[in-house]
Write a new protein. Structure first.
Length: 281
């Protein structure tokens, strides 16, 4: 089982120059890098792959980002923009040797509103139609889509594994599965291990994060229960630390990080990796 680090902890936006972080990631002991590519024009896949290879790392996952302009349940323009962006990422993935695209692909992050049942059904149909198109692209490139349920403060559309299973069933593509994030699950699920077991074979990826968005392991998450559940479903994917600090201000604002939760972001990386290595050895 590989353990990785999401680049949002250290930089935004991610560009070709951001590969200067790879050497430190490797020295700390990470196996993979989750690159959060906000704009495909900022990066060259061949350059990224060369730098990963040079440092003995892999692109376990590629992280998609959804500002208001990209929204698979939004206006026609927002939908087209989101699909064009996802197409560019998917086309980049084979050159990176990356199999899994992750993120809250169904909606712009931060869009949380009260809608009528009729509007909800209409949005659902729109997202299903768009996800079918995106998943067809993914299947053509032999990659997978791992959608992330978010907590109620960041989206009203998809919060739980139960909702995600319904969306997977309605979309009907083997390329669609889950990214489960321990931070969001702690807010929305009755039991994290039970939710993981229910998601089962559809779990494509896992984000490890403390309950306060800090270091995994320094919190009250049921980590032994999560380990047992992942073993029960025979999970063999990556586990990636996705925590945030005020240092990267654009991400801190988006994730509501108003105080310093841990001493440094380096401490999150090093202490989190040490904890996860012990937990999953």
């Amino acid at each position: 089982m590989r353990i990785g680090i999401n680049t949002f902890l250290f930089t935004s936006p991610f560009t070709n120059r951001s590969t200067r972080l790879f050497g430190q990631f490797k020295r700390w002991g990470f196996d993979s890098v989750e690159m959060a590519v906000e704009d495909p024009a900022h990066v060259d896949a061949a350059h990224l792959k060369a730098e990963l290879d040079r440092h003995g790392l892999v692109a376990g996952t590629l992280c998609a980002c959804f500002p208001p302009a990209r929204d698979l349940r939004g206006t026609a323009t927002q939908q087209r923009t989101a699909k064009r962006y996802l197409r560019e990422l998917i086309q980049m993935m084979p050159a990176l040797g990356c199999r899994t695209l992750i993120g809250p692909l169904y909606s712009a992050t931060g869009r949380a509103e009260m809608v009528s049942p009729n509007d909800r059904r209409s949005q659902w149909r729109t997202v299903v139609r768009n996800l079918r198109e995106v998943c067809a692209m993914a299947e053509d490139h032999d990659v997978r889509i791992a959608m992330e349920p978010l907590n109620r403060f960041e989206t009203d559309f998809l919060n739980t594994v139960d909702q995600g299973l319904e969306l997977i069933a309605d979309t009907g593509s083997p390329a669609l599965g889950f990214l489960l994030d321990t931070f969001h699950m702690n807010i929305e699920e009755k039991s994290l291990p039970a939710a993981i077991r229910k998601a089962g074979k559809h779990v494509f990826h896992l984000h490890a994060c403390g309950t306060d968005r800090g270091t995994p392991g320094g919190d009250h998450t049921d980590w032994p229960g999560i380990r047992a559940a992942l073993r029960d479903i025979r999970y063999a994917g990556d586990i990636v630390i996705e925590s945030f600090t005020p240092d990267v201000q654009v991400i801190a604002r988006a994730a509501a990080i108003w105080r310093r939760i841990e001493p440094t972001r380096e401490a999150i990386a090093v202490d989190g990796l040490r904890f996860l290595r012990r937990l999953f050895r």
